[in-house]
Design a protein around this ligand. Structure first.
Ligand code: ADP
Length: 353
């Protein structure tokens, strides 16, 4: 048994470089490299055929001939046909792995969603049973049940809408209705949505926007959805007594546009930060994946919130960023361009231009 040179062997380096290059490589390099491979195992000549799968050359099948053997055209044909079969088998294996991973992700999603829908459904069932009780509860109890049913339905609708949003983001069919959007109105709506939850958990909810911020070019409903997801998470993962901040600042995020138009301050930067649990560095790469939740997270949710928020910001042509320190808190931020023609009058430090 002869061992071919390993990757770090100089005699194989030319062949390797040729294999990993974008095209099929320089045939001269191939020839030289193959000759050195034959020489290294005491062969006279041979054929080398690349093995391609997954759209790339991943290896090479070499048929070498001993000095006494005469090579012929049939040998090259034979090598090519074996290489083709090997490539097909490897490609099948790759596609099968891909399909198995997709099925596993779908099963995981289905089980997460069914699990999430189970609790509001059982709340509705309990309320329905109580309402059908031959000795019904007093009127105030019935109203409470009505409120519980309402809350459960809102929760279930949210899960279904999240699934639909993520599916249309994936399919690229989510329609954004961009318009001149007032930051002050977004802040008003966020305060209204989250002040009760913050008070309930004794969390200091601070909203601060720079003075005279221009309107931004965004879909107001979708932008509020992103802010709501980030603020909701911040409150959820911050222990009682902590602090959650929503900031909007004027920034210059596009220097080229600034130079071309002479206008300064082309975007508004939104930041949601908290003094909560923080996110482990290893988890930072996963939090934007759909259906991902930290293994230590026992909160409700399908793990879709951040995946949708990221998709929505990307649909606006920007990126959702995060920084976090375990035990100190997390900070999520993104920028949105100002409405065309709107120029910032003030900057972060309050200086007027
Ligand atoms: P869900 O929709 O279930 O809330 P998300 O996609 O919004 O899921 O969040 C995914 C995971 O990211 C959460 O389960 C949590 O572990 C982590 N996470 C998100 N925001 C924060 C935050 N502000 N602080 C700490 N962990 C967070």
């Amino acid at each position: 048994v002869h061992h071919l040179p390993t990757a770090d062997d100089p005699s194989a380096s030319g062949l390797l470089a040729s294999l990993t290059s974008k095209d099929d490589g320089d045939t001269r390099v191939w020839d030289e490299a193959l000759l050195s491979v034959y020489a290294s195992v005491g062969l006279k000549s041979g054929c080398g055929v690349p093995l391609r799968f997954g759209g790339r050359v991943r290896g090479v099948l070499v048929l070498g001939f001993t000095p006494g053997r005469r090579d012929s055209l049939a040998d090259a044909e034979f090598t090519r046909s074996v290489a083709y079969r090997i490539s097909m088998a490897l490609e099948h294996d790759r596609l099968l792995g891909q399909a198995q991973r997709a099925v596993a992700a779908r099963d995981r999603a289905l089980s997460t969603v069914s699990h999430d829908l189970r609790s509001p459904l059982s709340t509705i069932q309990i309320c329905a049973d109580a309402l059908l009780d031959p000795e019904p509860a007093p009127l105030s109890g019935i109203r409470e049940m009505g409120a519980l049913i309402g809350k459960s339905v809102t929760w279930m609708r949210q899960i279904v809408e999240d699934l639909l949003d993520r599916a249309s983001l994936d399919a690229g069919t989510l329609a954004l209705h961009r318009q001149s959007t007032c930051v002050k109105d977004l802040f008003g709506a966020s305060r209204e949505l989250f002040a009760p939850m913050a008070t309930e958990h004794s969390i200091d909810l601070v909203l601060h926007e720079d003075a005279d911020l221009p309107s931004v070019n965004a879909d107001p409903h979708r932008l509020l959805q992103v802010l709501a997801n980030l603020i909701g998470n911040a409150i959820k993962f911050t222990p009682d007594g902590g602090r959650v901040e929503l900031l909007a600042q004027a920034v210059e995020d596009d220097l080229t546009a600034t130079l071309l138009t002479g206008k300064r301050g082309s975007a508004v930067r939104f930041t949601v930060s908290d003094t909560g649990l923080g996110i482990a560095t290893a988890d930072l790469t996963h939090i934007f994946e759909r259906y991902w939740q930290s293994p230590t997270d026992h909160n409700k949710g399908a793990g879709l919130g951040l995946a949708i928020a990221k998709g929505l910001i990307e649909a606006h042509g920007r990126q959702l960023n995060v920084e976090s320190v375990v035990g100190s808190g997390s900070s999520f931020w993104f920028t949105i361009p100002v409405t065309n023609g709107d120029v910032l009058q003030h900057y972060g430090n309050g200086a007027t231009v």
